[in-house]
Write a protein that binds this ligand. Structure first.
Ligand code: NDP
Ligand code: OXD
Length: 315
């Protein structure tokens, strides 16, 4: 009974071997390149595994993603039909909400403008600050991360709405769902926060047509986009054009269509854009390893796997 570590880059595997050996001493560990006994593999860990790396494993019982997002798995046309488990971790959730709240506040408090004034040794207190309660935030995705971010944005005082696939009820959050619900939420959104998974339905959703539906009557002087979901949700060139046309006033982007974005991408050097390198919520590998080991132990005692991905929905 072995665990296959289908992790890219291969240089990352050794650290996972060390963690898993300590947590699951009774399980052999294998690497795709040197795997001899394919029928002995019971579990696989995957991060951006090479297409086909998990094919032909007749006794595979579960595939564990090393991330919260699982879009990387569905790039594999030979992905076997075993349950896929994703990362759900309180620490990761807290980190994501920190990043979202940080960026909402950077925009609310016009920090980039004060940075420029500091560089010019220019002292002027009052730029005209709206209060958080004056700003309408729309959170796309009300899953584990979106719900926590919505709650923490509310604590700061923002007027928060959210959008999801299915209908939701959350305390003091105006909840919208489905295609019709999206337009209604966008019409009351000054700051749009994207925490959606990347699926066939959500790919490219943050585009020029969507930006045109955002509220234009808010207190920030134009709509703001904050994306920490996936780069594939956004059309980079539409963001750059929207900033130039005024359809967007500013943006915070942790993710890009291509990571890192090309050197000549205007998003790198636009002072209205905060760029971070897909680090909004980094996994704590020790916590992920402990959670996977706990799931394997529970499963082997006859218990149920948690955080299983709905393959039909793709998240
Ligand atoms: P969840 O699966 O818990 O939540 C996904 C949410 O998106 C759900 O509310 C779901 O609706 C909604 N959704 C999905 N598809 C649609 C759609 N077509 N229309 C409307 N709503 C939709 O995911 P998490 O909150 O845990 O994570 C979200 C994403 O964050 C991950 O998939 C990953 O890509 C990204 N991420 C980014 C990180 C970073 O550092 N930048 C770190 C970790 C994750 P419903 O509830 O109705 O199903
Ligand atoms: C994840 C990520 O999905 O790091 O966990 O983006």
């Amino acid at each position: 009974m072995s665990i296959l570590l289908a992790i890219e880059p291969e240089s990352a595997i050794a650290a996972w071997e060390t963690r898993l050996r300590a947590l699951l001493p009774g399980h052999a560990l294998a690497r795709p390149r040197t795997l001899a006994d394919r029928s002995g593999v019971s579990y696989a860990l995957s991060w951006r595994h090479a297409p086909g790396a998990l094919a032909g494993l007749p006794n595979l019982k579960a595939i564990f993603s090393l991330g919260a997002g699982v879009d990387h798995m569905f790039d594999d046309p030979l992905l076997p039909d075993a349950p896929i488990i994703r990362v759900v971790d309180k620490d990761l959730t807290n980190r994501m909400s920190e990043w979202i709240v940080l960026h909402a506040l950077l925009h609310l408090r016009q920090q980039r403008l004060y940075d420029r004034r500091q560089a010019d040794r220019h002292w002027e207190e009052d730029l005209g600050q709206p209060a958080a309660r004056d700003i309408r935030i729309g959170v796309m995705g009300l899953g584990v991360l979106g719900r926590d971010a919505a709650k923490k944005l509310q604590i700061i005082g923002f007027d928060v709405a959210g959008w999801s696939h299915g209908k939701k009820r959350l305390p003091r959050v105006a909840c919208f769902h489905g295609a019709a619900g999206l337009d209604a939420m966008l019409a009351r959104t000054d700051m749009l926060v994207a925490l959606l998974p990347l699926t066939a339905e959500t790919r490219g959703i943050l585009n020029a047509r969507l930006f045109a539906k955002l509220a234009r009557n808010g207190r920030l002087g134009g709509p703001i986009l904050i994306n920490a979901g996936r780069g594939g949700l956004q059309v980079d060139k539409d963001i750059a054009a929207a900033l130039d046309s005024g359809a967007l006033k500013a943006a915070s982007l942790d993710v890009f269509e291509k990571e890192p974005p090309p050197e000549d991408s205007p998003l790198w050097r636009d002072p209205r854009v905060f760029v971070t390198p897909h680090c909004a919520a980094l996994n704590e590998p020790g916590a992920v390893a402990r959670a996977i080991a706990a799931q394997i132990r529970t499963f082997e005692r006859g218990g149920k796997l948690k955080n299983v991905v709905d393959r039909a929905k793709g998240y």
